[in-house]
Design a protein around this ligand. Structure first.
Ligand SMILES: Cc1cc2nc3c(=O)[nH]c(=O)nc-3n(C[C@H](O)[C@H](O)[C@H](O)COP(=O)(O)OP(=O)(O)OC[C@H]3O[C@@H](n4cnc5c(N)ncnc54)[C@H](O)[C@@H]3O)c2cc1C
Length: 376
């Protein structure tokens, strides 16, 4: 058979496509998911798995916080290999200037009922003794968590499949829209709803979607039990995440259940190839050593890269694509797609089924990108 019909066809079996499949299936729709590779490959396999509430904008806060709460609800169902651990984030302040930012963040979160604690220098050292002496303090955000993204994506896809979803791996999609998805081998799926969840490649399937690839490197070390207890991020991270032109690195480390340390992170535009760049790795390790001198002695087990899907206004694209009644986007999550996969799926399926979303959806609607495109 060269043709099949479903209610929904999703392109992409990364964590966003998997979360959408689970949500559509849960609401009784017949779903097919197509990926040219595997479940939880793409950026999902490359990501750090930090489930983090962010405060760059109200829209970013709403989507990350809502999703974090959905992860908390899902927690009892997460198998051990998802390695969900509510270890908390400490935003590390190097000096008094950064402590001003700590207090600003504390106020922002406090006004929105996110529990935090301002740490002075001694308390920071007590909580994370491997940090260098002389840091000013930090902000502990207790409800932030970490998980292992490929297994989280697999779990979501398995849940969808148990509810009847069909998965077609090893099929490259060449056209998506106008009520159908066509694959390179000629196979077609028709559906009232077509979801482009192709991550950093979403723009190739939907012309006019402005997604830039933003390359990132990660490093994982051998096992060093009790070296690190929280996700630690330097406050300078925000400056590097906001930089839109230059390559940047920032101190961002994560404790894994295994005792391994995941060391991040870098951001590069215009780097199209997936090779590991040893100069970027050297800068990341240097930055990590500046905060945690013990990193110097660690053995590195593996390094890799991945591509974040970045939009011009740093918010994801979730909802209908203007000009095609069948086509919906769920992409553009940059460095937050593991965190926001669950909220993305909820608000997308709410829009399609006519349910009332729990957060305002307007900031994420793709119509804003289409308008910008039309003006250009
Ligand atoms: C270094 C790094 C660190 C990160 N750290 C974090 C973090 O700590 N926390 C966080 O929340 N997020 C983090 N992220 C971001 C996160 O990984 C991504 O936002 C998320 O994985 C995006 O998921 P996705 O499903 O949209 O895309 P992907 O995982 O990229 O999935 C897209 C899928 O679409 C498929 N596909 C594409 N085109 C086609 C086609 N034509 N036909 C068929 N299939 C197709 C691909 O094969 C792929 O499987 C990080 C990212 C990187 C790179």
């Amino acid at each position: 058979m060269r043709h099949a019909t479903y209610d929904v066809v999703i392109v992409g079996a990364g964590i966003v496509g998997a979360a959408c499949a689970d949500e559509f299936a849960r609401r009784g729709m017949r779903v097919a998911v197509v990926d040219r590779e595997m479940v939880g490959g793409g950026a999902t396999a490359a990501g750090m798995g930090h489930i983090v509430t962010m405060d760059d904008s109200e829209a970013q806060f709403a989507l990350t916080r809502y999703s974090q709460q959905l992860w908390q609800k899902l927690r009892p169902e997460l198998p051990a290999d998802v390695e969900y651990d509510q270890c908390g984030t400490i935003w590390v302040a190097a000096d008094e200037e950064e402590m001003v930012e700590v207090r600003r963040k504390r106020d922002f979160y406090g006004q929105r009922e996110v529990p935090t604690e301002v740490l002075d220098s001694q308390t920071l050292m007590r909580l994370e003794p491997s940090l260098r002496a002389g840091l000013a303090g930090g902000l502990l955000v207790m409800e932030d968590a970490v998980l292992y993204p490929p297994c989280a994506a697999r779990l979501l896809m398995e849940r969808a499949q148990k509810q009847g979803a069909t998965l077609r791996l090893g099929h490259s999609v060449v056209e998506a829209g106008q009520g159908r998805v066509r694959m390179a081998d000629g196979f077609e799926i028709s559906a009232k709803v077509v979801v482009n969840a192709a991550g950093a490649c979403a723009g190739t399937l939907t012309p006019g979607v402005e997604i830039k690839k933003r390359k990132g490197h990660l490093i994982i070390t051998d096992r060093y039990a009790r070296f690190l207890r929280h996700q630690l991020v330097e406050l300078g991270y925000l400056k590097s995440a906001h930089s839109v032109s230059s390559d940047s690195v920032a101190f961002n480390v994560q404790p894994r259940r295994t005792g391994q340390i995941l060391i991040g992170s870098s951001r590069q535009y215009g780097a199209e190839h997936a090779e590991v760049d040893s100069k970027i790795l050297a800068r990341m390790l240097q930055r990590a050593r500046e905060y945690m001198p013990g990193v110097e002695q660690m053995s590195v087990v593996r390094t890799w890269t991945g591509f974040r899907a970045a939009t011009p206004d740093k918010l994801p694209l979730i909802g209908p694509w203007p000009g095609d009644d069948s086509l919906f986007l769920a992409t553009g999550h940059e460095g937050l797609g593991i965190t926001t996969s669950l909220s993305t799926a909820r608000i997308l399926v709410d829009q399609i089924t006519g349910a009332k979303p729990e957060i305002p959806i307007e900031p994420y609607l793709p119509s804003r990108a289409a308008q910008e495109h039309a003006h250009v």
